[in-house]
Design a protein around this ligand. Structure first.
Ligand code: AP5
Ligand code: MG
Length: 191
């Protein structure tokens, strides 16, 4: 089974590219951000416990997301491959994720890291905020907070995979199709 970590800052294009990759390669996909937004929308216990943090651009706690992903892994044992979008986002999550996968005799094959300059990210997110109504795209302050948290807590996760020889940087600028072609070039080495 192919296990792909799709990494990158807020607005890098993870969700956009994940849905195209799912289609092309017949993979399954989890966006932890999307799962959390669904929990909030449904008003579940998890949703209520994280709502305020998410709306301010803060991360949910490691325990919560690690468990959400472990459940997904458990439910997708027979998948051809899975794309993990927006997870892991801390080094603790990356270590726990390795343990989760090892429990199924699996491992991360590659981390595809979409690299986009911050000015472009801010532009993309503000634009989407006007269209999508996503609570954490509403204000420039929340967007900045997400980028700061990414730089402070999440960017280091790339080093974790670099040390394992799995880090693959991809230029995330250019058109959606340009970026997709670059991702496919790397994935084709694994399929
Ligand atoms: P999450 O949902 O993962 O949000 P994010 O990382 O902030 O990323 P986005 O979804 O905003 O961007 P994306 O990279 O998917 O880009 P997209 O394709 O949408 O997380 C939300 C929150 O949940 C987090 O802040 C945190 O609180 C919590 N959370 C999630 N995972 C967690 C975890 N593991 N641990 C703890 N907390 C967690 O594209 C963005 C926009 O750009 C779109 O409008 C798109 O159309 C456009 N676009 C895409 N590609 C291009 C291109 N090539 N050129 C021009 N525009 C483009
Ligand atoms: Mg996304």
């Amino acid at each position: 089974m192919l296990n792909i970590v799709l990494f990158g800052p807020p607005g890098a294009g993870k969700g956009t590219q994940a849905s195209m990759l799912v289609e092309k390669y017949g993979l399954n996909h989890i966006s932890t951000g999307q799962v959390i937004r669904d929990e909030i929308r449904r008003g579940t216990e998890i949703g209520r416990s994280v709502k305020e943090r998410i709306e301010h651009g803060e991360l949910a706690s490691d325990d919560i997301v690690v468990k959400l992903v472990a459940d997904f892994v458990d439910q997708h044992k027979l998948s051809k491959g899975n794309i993990y979008d927006g997870f892991p986002r801390t080094t603790v999550q990356a270590r726990e994720f390795d343990k989760t996968l090892a429990g199924h005799d699996e491992h991360v094959d590659v981390m595809l890291s979409l690299e986009v300059p911050e000015t472009e990210l801010v532009k993309r997110l503000l634009l989407r905020g006007r269209e999508s109504g996503r609570a954490d795209d509403f204000s420039i302050d929340v967007i900045r907070n997400r980028l700061d948290i990414y730089n402070a807590q999440t960017a280091v996760v790339a080093d974790y995979y670099r040390r394992q020889g799995k880090y693959s940087p991809i230029d995330g600028t250019g058109t959606v199709d340009d970026v997709f072609a670059k991702l496919c070039e790397v994935i084709n080495r694994f399929v």
